[in-house]
Every structure is written in C-alpha cells, then in structure tokens.
Design a protein around this ligand. Structure first.
Ligand code: ATP
Ligand code: MG
Length: 348
C-alpha cells in the first residue's frame, strides 16, 4: 500500500497505552479508515529497520480472529503501525462503559481468543504475550479480534517505557522469570474472562497503597547487596532474554514485600474503583505467585466455571493448551451459540 504519514488524516483519539497511543485516521488516497498505533521508540536506525522487518509478519496474518495490518512505517522518532479499525473498540473500554459483559458474550470472546491464539501459533509460531481486555477488539459486525501480539522482539525491547512488558495479567511462572509459552497466554485469558464477566479486575479486594515507600523502593534499597541486578535502568537496557528474567525476586525481597502486604491487609484496606494506580504492581505480582488463583464464582454456569478454572491452573505444565481448551464444553456452547453478537453491539 506504500503508507505515508502525509496521506493519513487524524479523525479521533482512540486511546493511550503504556507503549504509545492509537488514533483513528483516514487514508486519503483510498478513503480507508484505519487505526494508527504510534509507538515512541528508543533505538538506532538499524534497530528501527529490524523492527519494520519483524512487523512484516503482521501482514501475513490472515484470520477472522486477528486484526489485519495495512502497513508500518517510521515517522521519527516513532514507529507507526496502521491496522484495521474496530469501531466498537476494546473489551476493556466496553465493560468500563456498560459494566459486566453478559456471559454469553464472554463465552464467544473466550472462543475467539483461543481460535486466534491457535492460528498465531500453528501458522506463524507466534505467542501473543499480551492477552488482556484492551487487546481484544470488537466491531459492529460482531467480529472479535486480537491485536498487539508479540511479533517483534526488537519492538518490545525498544519501547521507550521501562515498564512495558510488566503486566497484571502475567502468569505466575512469568512473574517468576520463566520464558513465555503459549500457556502463559492462557493464564492471561482466564484473568481477562473473570474481569469481563464480573466487571472488575480480580485480585483487587485486598490492598490499597497507603504506604509512602513503594515496593520499587524496597527493591532499589535491596539492589546493592542482593543477588538481583534489578533496577529500572538496568531493566531498560537489557536484551529481551535478559529482561525476561528480571522478575525473579530474591528471597529477601519476597520476604519484605510479603511483610508489607500483610501489614496493609491487616489494616483492612479497601480498594478503590480506579484501581491499579493505588496498588503496587509488585505487591500484586507477589500475590499472583503466592495465593490461590482467582475463580469465576458460583453465579455462573458450571461449564464457564470449569473452563476458567482450567485457564487458571497455576502450574503451567498442568495448564491446557489452546487446542485442548477448544474441546471444553463451554467452547461447544460457543460454537453452538445462537447469541446475536451483531445485534448486541447496537445496544451501546
Ligand atoms: P497497553 O499499552 O498497556 O498494552 P492498551 O492496549 O490499552 O494498553 P494501546 O494498545 O496503545 O494500549 O491501545 C489504546 C486503546 O486504543 C485500546 O485500549 C483500544 O481501546 C484502542 N484501540 C487499539 N487498537 C484499536 C483498533 N485497531 N481499533 C479501534 N480501537 C483500537
Ligand atoms: Mg493494546
């Protein structure tokens, strides 16, 4: 398509994330409406070119469960990725807007995500790495599609934000430093499904941060005499493989974070609606590793509960792959579903 920034007119802001922002644009020569993701990157031009090469894979993804890509280009100091515009936005904004998502819709979301993950892995050997409601998009045709999958290791590594890649949807094994596997995506799916079905992020009943030192400070204090080389700066400069192991907390750090967490819990702190900002991410990660996995809750169908429980098995070796999960009863319900998703999209 030979996309150029000059040919794109901004129509609206769609949202802002950790790694950049997304705007709705029109490609003037063709009249095509697109979503343009603008990522500020901190890299040499050779690395930028490498990123563009890696992003080529996105053009080769052809699936009804995956966002299609029109092209990518460098517009100094940013990389721009032009993708299919999804007019109903992400499930994250949908549930924040309308409240808990009907379970029949959540069932279809689960099925589409599994189909998308299976396609990415079977056809392109890609692991998504960032499954969460803001990366699951809907359009008024009733299509549910995945975006923001990890095609470019160099891009992930070059985004000019230290905490990109640190996510509250991370699986326990990832938090403990294991390599990403397709099973990590399944954990993130389980967390996302609970969030959509209940209208709130799980794990949030416990904590609010009323302490003036953050857990990051704990880690920094510890840094000099510990066996961890963690610090925000070293984090940023690492290669992806090294970075992948930076969330191994050492024993003393775990102990201190744990003590801080119980202190706060004993104060009977409540969690405010605006959520994550008031809770330390590191404390949450500690909780994900130590506590039993969250559950959907008994007010939902047995099939749904069984499926979510299977996604949230803490040991990745015991957790199922997308293919096996597609054989679950709840996914039969999805395939047999007569729920009119297209009609539902007109209700908000
Ligand atoms: P993070 O940066 O932590 O991954 P995020 O996914 O919310 O968070 P972005 O990927 O930058 O951040 O996306 C910002 C918002 O833009 C999303 O929440 C979504 O609502 C919207 N968005 C992204 N891609 C599209 C698209 N193709 N069509 C319509 N809206 C989109
Ligand atoms: Mg995103």
């Amino acid at each position: 398509l030979g996309l150029k920034n000059e040919d794109l007119t901004k129509l609206a802001d769609l949202g802002q994330g950790n790694g950049g922002s997304v705007v709705k644009v029109e490609h003037i020569p063709t009249g095509t409406i697109m979503a343009k993701k603008i990522v500020l990157i901190d890299a040499k031009s050779s690395v930028r070119k490498q990123i563009l090469r890696e992003l080529q894979i996105m053009h080769e993804c052809h699936s009804q469960y995956i966002i299609s890509c029109f092209g990518s280009f460098i517009a100094e100091p940013n990389i721009c990725i032009c993708m299919e515009f999804m007019d109903k936005g992400s499930f994250d904004s949908i549930y924040k807007n309308i409240g808990a998502i009907p379970i029949k819709v959540v069932c279809l979301v689960a099925n589409s995500v599994l189909e998308g993950l299976t396609y990415l892995y079977d056809v392109h050997r890609i692991i998504h790495r960032d499954i969460k409601p803001s990366n699951i998009l809907l359009n008024s045709e009733g299509d549910i599609k995945l975006c923001d999958f990890g095609v470019s290791g160099e891009l992930i590594n070059s985004i000019a934000n230290t905490f990109v890649g640190t996510s509250v949807y991370m699986s326990p094994e990832r938090i403990q430093g294991a390599e990403y596997s397709i099973k990590s995506d399944i954990w993130s799916l389980g967390i996302s499904l609970i969030e959509l079905a209940t209208g709130r992020f799980p794990f949030t009943e416990s904590l609010s941060d009323d302490d003036d030192t953050s857990d990051l400070d704990v880690l920094r204090e510890e840094g000099s005499d510990s066996d961890s080389d963690w610090s925000p700066d070293s984090y940023k400069d690492k290669t992806p493989t090294h970075r992948d192991s930076t969330f191994l907390f050492n024993k003393r750090q775990q102990h201190r974070i744990s003590k801080r967490a119980s202190k706060r819990m004993s104060k009977n702190a409540t969690f405010d609606a605006d959520g994550m900002s008031s809770m330390s991410i590191i404390e949450l990660m500690h909780q994900i590793v130590r506590e039993p996995a969250p559950r959907l809750g008994a007010s939902f169908d047995e099939e749904a509960e069984e499926f979510v429980d299977a996604c949230l098995v803490k040991d990745p070796d015991e957790r199922h792959s997308p293919k096996t999960l597609l054989e679950y009863r709840w996914m039969d319900d999805a395939r047999d579903s007569d729920f009119d998703l297209k009609a539902w999209t007109t209700t908000f």
